[in-house]
Ligand binder design. Structure first.
Ligand code: AMP
Ligand code: GLY
Length: 423
């Protein structure tokens, strides 16, 4: 079976790597893919509109389309491909609103009793500002969120009233485009965060192994938020008891919700969860695999990925066999100088082969090939991922591999997964 994979990040490289190992997979097309994916698949440049992608899938007679990022899902690529009778791993446009609109997502959570922060939603700036002031007057902190997709930005975790008001103004000033003209203001939650990813075909819902990412740029969780500086799996904070609670209060209610609302959801649901002292609460839903969590999670998957994704696409998830290695995995993100504020790009990357010599995998995210040279081209450039018999060994393996890679300005955190050591 030939497969079309949409996307070009580290997450998609990890998915591609998993598909490549599958007995079921024939040719893999990646649109647009990246230089790492080009080594194991055929990268194709097709226009990103729904019809062009669906037409390509039909013309190449692929047996499965896998959609990586949220943007094509929110744009309705899954619907267009399904209309041609081709199985798709990825939710419909209507279902993708669970990520594409914070307001839609919060209303869904409220309706189906999924624990989440209290919130209010506004389309005019003055009411939003008044609400923020009243929350602070009542002694509560807030988080300001632009309603729509804002490429990982658009969430302001305010540390004081002024910052919250500034966040509201930023949204309504057009800083996040149309995404910001509706604003969700949420109760500020405290606790440790964990990511629970689950496969669903609308009939059943099955969690993957747990993971945790590191969103801040610097060691000790300091510095600005980023797309993710590293991840590890499993996350010891997700105990069997906690997972059972999340299954019941989040995943089961989620499944009931998409069934009742008749949302065509065949893909992955990512619940970002805050472990508060009043129990786990959902911060957000993503309708796609996490990045860089996927690099760590799929590195532990020993089942047949193409078969699993196809069964999900065909509503036969109950027949899929999910096989996981008990070995933990760690992904260290190597980022460009200047990230996340700016990106110092165009420098030659050296040492990837050496890094992979002892079994680590280097997933590409922000690289480009120019005149035969591999250059850094994005904020997050590579995800160096390794397994080990325990988390300490996985960390050691990943850092040893990472130390063999270099380019001018390269930066990475030195404490990925360390918070898992003491548990
Ligand atoms: P989101 O894109 O909604 O997950 O928000 C991005 C990040 O902002 C999360 O990973 C949290 O670290 C933080 N965040 C979001 N919502 C809240 C909240 N209600 N309370 C505290 N932190 C939050
Ligand atoms: N790692 C966070 C995300 O994928 O949204």
């Amino acid at each position: 079976m030939d497969i079309l994979l949409i996307g070009s990040g580290g997450r998609e490289h990890a998915i591609c790597h998993g598909l490549k190992k599958s007995k079921l997979a024939g040719k893999i097309y990646c649109a647009p893919g990246n230089p790492g994916m080009a080594k194991i698949a055929e990268c194709v440049n097709i226009p990103s509109d729904n019809e062009s992608i669906a037409a390509f899938a039909a013309e190449k007679n692929v047996g499965l389309v896998v959609i990586g990022p949220e943007a094509p899902l929110c744009q309705g690529v899954a619907d267009a491909v399904r209309a041609k009778g081709i199985p798709v791993f990825g939710p419909s446009k209507a279902a993708a609103q669970l990520e594409g609109s914070k307001d839609f997502s919060k209303a869904f959570m409220m309706k189906y009793n999924i624990p989440t922060a209290a919130y209010a939603s506004f389309t005019d700036q003055e009411s939003a500002e008044n609400y923020v002031r009243s929350e602070y007057a009542a002694g509560r902190g807030v988080v300001v969120k632009a309603d729509g997709l804002a490429a990982g930005k658009g969430v302001i975790v305010a540390s004081c009233l002024e910052e919250a008001l500034e966040g509201v103004r930023e949204c309504f000033s057009g800083a996040f485009g149309n995404a910001g003209y509706r604003v969700v203001i949420e109760e500020l939650l405290e606790g440790e965060e964990a990511s629970i990813l689950a496969l669903t075909d609308g009939k059943s819902i099955i969690p993957l192994v747990s993971s945790q990412d590191h969103k801040r740029q610097l060691d000790g969780d300091k510095g600005p938020n980023t797309g993710g500086m590293g991840a590890y799996s499993p996350a010891p904070v997700v105990t069997p008891e906690l997972l059972a609670e999340v299954q019941k209060s989040v995943l089961d209610n989620f499944l009931r919700g998409i069934q009742t609302e008749k949302l065509d959801y065949r893909g992955i649901i990512y619940a970002g969860i805050m472990l508060t002292k009043n129990g786990p609460k959902v911060l957000e839903f993503n309708v796609r695999f996490g990045d860089p969590e996927t690099q760590a999670v799929l590195t532990r998957f020993d089942g047949d990925l193409a078969d699993t994704l196809l069964k999900t696409a065909n509503c036969e998830l109950d027949k899929a066999e999910l096989v996981w290695s008990s070995d933990p995995a760690v992904c260290i993100v190597l980022a460009s100088g200047g990230y996340p504020v700016s990106v110092d790009k165009g420098h030659e990357i050296r040492g990837i082969e050496a890094a992979e010599a002892d079994g680590a995998i280097v997933y590409h995210a922000g690289t480009v090939l120019k005149d035969g040279k591999l250059l850094n081209h994005g904020g997050r450039v590579l995800g160096v991922t390794a397994r080990g018999r325990n988390i300490e060994e996985a960390v050691k393996n990943a850092y040893e591999a990472a130390s063999r890679i270099s380019w001018q300005g390269m930066q990475y955190r030195s404490d990925i997964a360390k918070r898992a050591f003491n548990r």
